[in-house]
Write a protein that binds this ligand. Structure first.
Ligand SMILES: Cc1cc2nc3c(=O)[nH]c(=O)nc-3n(C[C@H](O)[C@H](O)[C@H](O)COP(=O)(O)OP(=O)(O)OC[C@H]3O[C@@H](n4cnc5c(N)ncnc54)[C@H](O)[C@@H]3O)c2cc1C
Length: 470
């Protein structure tokens, strides 16, 4: 693929934008990675502060046929914002001027650089609620969440980012401004371009404004930590709770390796001798919540739980969630390289997926740690390894392929929330088939005929995406 020279775009835009264009090597290195593990150095980084600046950048990139890569705060776990063909990173985390809540319409209108947790707090000030809650919500941007269709623990009851995006403003890969959807809950005018763009990983345009649906804030919530002697029983308990007429807002799983890692990182009184623990939260009317948490407790004890700890107050509840949120940093200390997957299966297949993950761990003799939003089947098998160890990385590659195959065989998907990015692109045909791949390519070409908007993502291309990275 041949692209133009990024320095022409830099010269033409020089002095025409509010923030300086970054071309120093040190600055460029800090944009060469995300929270996955690929490293690609951009030629320049631009930090627009308005839609009009984004339009100028894209139109200039089109003129010189230079690839551009939208980026939020770089917390992607799939290589989404990496500049795999060189070119220019467009950092939209500086676009933060708008965070408006319209309580009468139950909507918020938000600039792409606003962090998810800022939206949570703004909605709560009006007694409202923005449910999507990626564990990275204090740092990740709504632009990144929209592009990845991010989920989180509350996805079980409330769905994911897509379910709350009513409308978008994007700058198209040809430099036009496209508005989709609007402020109404119902809208069936024409093709649903909003839904197409959400989850398109920055390949169909740069999001410059988002209209979000808000809901009333739940009146109460109760949370319990439930301890099991084996992983498969915890999987059965999840299935039983979900078929008992209760819909918790979150069911999070931590396996023994996670419990031990968190305890040695930020001691939180977790049971390190247990094989698995579930964090189950119910929310809603106070009386219903009290009743439901009792039922959850009874079901889990019946299915072999050895301990149930119900948080007695908000402080204890926060402590349980704090422990859950320490898993990623805690396991990152086990070994230098963390391969974080998010294969997702139908809920009925959760126990079988646990069984397959156990087999894969033993077969490839790897440190495979499992946690995640188990209630919606969205598991995070993480392989802790060392990229400098070639022999180990070969086993990792095989294990990753086998995890994907298992998820697909069980009727699941390659990614529940982290996106395809560069990492999973080679596996895309396994899930969507040749016709799906052809249609995906044609949609991309219709939006982006020059293939300059975040190239090298989602669509397999042997040149640039590798299964795992050696
Ligand atoms: C510790 C940790 C926990 C996490 N927990 C979760 C979780 O619970 N659930 C979950 O879903 N994810 C989770 N993630 C993954 C990550 O935080 C999300 O994918 C998040 O949405 C990325 O946002 P970002 O601002 O960092 O975007 P980036 O990582 O910068 O970019 C992500 C993608 O969005 C595109 N993009 C960014 N901004 C724009 C824009 N304005 N217009 C168009 N495209 C854009 C990029 O091109 C890229 O493809 C976690 C990550 C970490 C490190």
């Amino acid at each position: 693929m041949s692209y133009g020279d990024a320095s022409q775009v830099v010269s033409e835009l020089h002095g025409k934008l509010q923030r300086e264009i970054l071309t120093d090597e040190a600055d460029r290195w800090s944009y060469s990675f995300d929270a996955s593990f690929g490293t690609f150095l951009p030629d320049a980084v631009i930090q627009p502060v308005s839609r009009d600046e984004v339009v100028k950048i894209v139109q200039t990139a089109v003129k010189y046929r230079v690839p551009i890569y939208p980026r939020g705060t770089g917390s992607s776990l799939s290589g989404g914002p990496l500049p795999v063909y060189g070119g220019i990173v467009v950092d939209t985390s500086w676009m933060r001027d708008k965070l408006e809540v319209y309580p009468d319409d139950l909507v918020a209108v938000v600039s792409p650089g606003i962090h998810t947790a800022e939206i949570h707090r703004a909605a709560e000030a009006y007694g409202l609620f923005y449910p999507p809650d990626p564990s990275s919500s204090e740092v990740s941007t709504i632009g990144g969440n929209v592009a990845e269709n991010s989920g989180g623990p509350r996805g079980l009851k409330y769905g994911v980012t897509r379910d709350y995006v009513l409308g978008l403003e994007i700058v198209t890969p040809e430099g036009g401004v496209l508005r989709t959807g609007g402020r109404t809950v119902k809208n069936v005018t024409g093709y649903d371009l909003t839904r197409l763009i959400v989850g398109s990983e920055g390949t169909l345009g740069i999001v410059t404004e988002v209209i979000l649906r808000l809901v009333p804030r739940p009146q109460d919530r109760r949370t319990a930590l439930i301890v099991f002697d084996d992983l498969v029983s915890s999987g059965r308990a999840i299935s039983k709770v979900l078929t008992s007429g209760i819909l918790p807002c979150a069911i999070e799983l931590m396996d023994q390796a996670c419990l031990i890692a968190v305890e040695s990182y930020r001691p939180s009184n977790l049971p390190t001798d247990a094989q698995a623990a579930l964090l189950i939260e119910v929310d809603g009317h106070p009386e219903a919540v009290r009743d439901e948490i009792k039922k959850v407790e009874a079901i889990c004890l019946e299915l072999g739980a050895k301990e149930v700890r119900v948080a007695r107050n908000e402080t204890e509840r926060q402590q349980l969630w704090f422990a859950r949120k320490q898993i990623s940093p805690a396991i990152a200390r086990i070994k230098p390289t963390k391969i974080s997957e998010d294969a997702t299966v139908p809920r009925s297949q959760i126990p079988e997926m646990f069984r397959r993950l156990n087999q894969i761990r033993e077969k490839y003799d790897l440190q495979l740690v499992v946690f995640g939003h188990a209630g919606d089947g969205n598991l995070h098998p993480n392989i802790m390894c060392d990229i400098r160890d070639d022999e180990e990385m070969e086993r990792v590659e095989e294990a990753v392929s086998e995890i994907f195959r298992a998820a697909i065989e069980l009727g699941g998907t390659l990614s529940g929330e982290h996106g395809i990015g560069t990492m999973k692109a080679p596996f895309l045909p396994m899930e969507i088939g040749e016709i799906g791949l052809d249609m995906t390519r044609r949609i991309k070409a219709a939006f982006d005929p020059l293939n300059i908007m975040n190239p090298g993502k989602i669509i397999p291309n042997n040149e640039r995406n590798r299964v795992v990275l050696r």
